[in-house]
Structure formats: structure tokens, C-alpha cells
Design a protein. Structure first.
Length: 311
């Protein structure tokens, strides 16, 4: 998948171009329908498919702080490539872009620069200054400029209309099985393994520790069964997300993501680990002693093995 950072980089080519617009945070089931239609339209016309999104996320510019997102930039790229996009346009979002009128956005970027033949958007898509443009306006502007606009209806589930905000709330509540059903995959966190206090090793359960960073959406503090990927290998794992109240206090109580790969004593320091959360085992709690903590970790490991289909 080719990655562009400006509409001018596309340099209009002969042939059909289908473009889908959105933030695509999580690339959930609703997003996948947009991507499917875009890919299908491009294939039917022997053309190319492009995903058009903003980078950074508009809320980080409009609110002045990075929002908690369902995916890192790299994870989003991976998912959009897997969905069959030929190109990803990560349009730079700044105050100038935020002030552009809906009409100018469509005329300059979609029509003049890209020469889009078709645009695919969700039913609730908004664009332009203060979100004044909506899907109906885009369709009207498209008719004037010779751009076909396909408006995709909502993707519904038992929990309501599938949306990034709904999935974020499920993740924050620790309801990862339900979040996975709407994502169409497990929820993923990734980061570099850093040195910790090595208490897990002393307890007989060595952990790979990833520091929580600003903008990282953590599940509710607790213990989870997961699959850990590192260096092309996959390991069954039990993960503690939280403050480690049994062994830390005061200023040391910062969120961590501690991963124990079942039956593995490998050194992961300095490597990037990707964690696919399968389900919650229990909420984080404080134990009266390290012996109680050790016994609970052993029990959690057995529970995780069962949830992962190993026993």
C-alpha cells in the first residue's frame, strides 16, 4: 500500500479512482463495509482504491491533546492495507485544514487534486469547518462535479450502531469480548518492552513490561488472557493492566502493562511486543502478601490457558 501525505502527491492518473473518507479508528465492522465497497467499485472499473484520513486525529488539534484511540498509526496502516487499499492518504490536519469550507475541501482535494470518480462515506460523515458538511451535502456537491457518492448505512449490532466511540467505551469497561465482536478482531496494544523491577521474575512469573503512553486506550485495570506477538512468534499470555497496588504506592503508581508469556522465560527487552486481548479474567486487586499474589498469578495463568484453548 502506497502512503501519501498530500493530495498533490497523487498526480492524477488515467483510470478510475474510488476514495473512502473517514477517521477509521479501529477499522471496525462499519469501516470495513466502506472499505469493501471502495475496493469493489475500483475492481469493477479496473481502477484503484484509496483511503483518505487525517493525521493527526482532528481532536488532537481542536482540543490540544491527543485523544485515546483504538489503534496506533502503524496498526491502522496495517488494517487498511489488509482491507485491500492501494493507497492511504494521511492528509495533514492543522488549523488551516480545520478552517477549510466543505465546498473547498471537495472541489480542491477530491475533484481537482485527486480527480476522484467515486467517494464512499458513512451515513454520519461530517467534514469541513466546524463539521458543517455532511453526507447529503457531499452527495450534492458530487453531482455538480461528476463524482458519484455512495453513502453507507449504519452497521448495527445487539449493542447498538457500531462506532469507534461505542468500542472505546467497551474497552474502557474491560468488555473486550464484546469490543472484539464489533472490531472483527481482538483489541490490540503494542509497545517496546522496557525494564521493570523484575518482581515477576522473583515470583516465578517473569513479565515483559510496556509503559502506558499518552493517548493509549487501556482496558479497565485488571487481568486478561491474550496472545503476545514478538519477532514473528506468538505466545499465550496473561496480562495485568494497572497500578500494581500490592507492590507499588504513591508516586510510583503509574499504569503499566505487564505480560507473562505462559511457560516462557525469554528476554524481550528492547523489542516491540503486540498484545491481542482475548478476554478479562478479573479486575485488579491488592493482596495482603507476595505469597497471595504469587498464588493468584498461578491461578490466573491457568485460567488464561483455558480461555486460550490450551487446556
Amino acid at each position: 500500500m502506497r502512503i501519501l501525505t498530500a493530495t498533490s502527491e497523487y498526480r492524477q492518473q488515467a483510470g478510475f479512482l474510488a476514495v473512502t473518507l473517514g477517521s477509521f479508528d479501529g477499522v471496525h465492522l462499519g469501516h470495513r463495509e466502506l472499505l469493501r465497497r471502495t475496493r469493489a467499485a475500483a475492481d469493477a472499473a479496473g481502477g484503484q482504491a484509496m483511503a483518505f484520513t487525517f493525521e493527526p486525529h482532528p481532536m488532537s488539534v481542536l482540543s490540544g491533546r491527543p485523544p485515546q484511540l483504538l489503534q496506533s498509526r502503524e496498526e491502522k496502516r496495517r488494517a487498511l492495507a489488509a482491507a485491500g487499499m492501494d493507497m492511504l492518504l494521511e492528509f495533514p490536519f492543522d488549523l488551516a485544514a480545520a478552517a477549510q469550507s466543505p465546498e473547498d475541501f471537495v472541489r480542491v482535494h477530491l475533484h481537482q487534486q485527486l480527480g476522484a470518480d467515486m467517494v464512499v462515506v458513512g451515513f454520519n460523515y461530517h467534514f469541513g469547518a466546524r463539521g458543517a458538511g455532511d453526507a447529503a451535502m457531499l452527495q450534492s456537491l458530487g453531482r455538480q462535479l461528476g463524482i458519484r457518492v455512495d453513502i453507507v448505512p449504519p452497521c448495527r449490532s445487539e449493542l447498538g450502531i457500531v462506532s469507534s466511540s461505542l468500542i472505546r467505551s467497551l474497552v474502557a469497561e474491560g468488555r473486550l469480548r464484546e469490543a472484539a465482536a464489533l472490531l472483527g478482531r481482538e483489541y490490540v496494544l503494542a509497545g517496546e518492552v522496557c525494564h521493570g523491577r523484575q518482581l515477576g521474575r522473583q515470583l516465578g512469573f517473569p513479565t515483559a513490561n510496556i509503559l502506558a503512553t499518552e493517548g493509549m486506550l487501556l482496558p479497565a485495570f485488571g487481568v486478561y488472557a491474550a496472545w503476545a506477538e514478538c519477532d514473528g512468534r506468538e505466545y499465550p499470555a496473561v496480562i495485568n493492566v494497572g497500578l500494581r497496588p500490592t507492590v507499588t504506592s504513591g508516586e510510583d503508581m503509574l499504569p503499566t502493562i505487564e505480560t507473562h508469556c505462559l511457560g516462557v522465560h525469554e528476554d524481550f527487552y528492547g523489542k516491540v511486543m503486540r498484545l491481542r486481548f482475548v478476554g478479562e479474567i478479573r479486575r485488579e486487586q491488592k493482596f495482603a502478601s507476595l505469597e497471595q499474589l504469587r498464588a493468584q498469578i498461578a491461578a490466573d495463568s491457568r485460567t488464561a490457558a483455558g480461555m486460550l484453548g490450551l487446556i
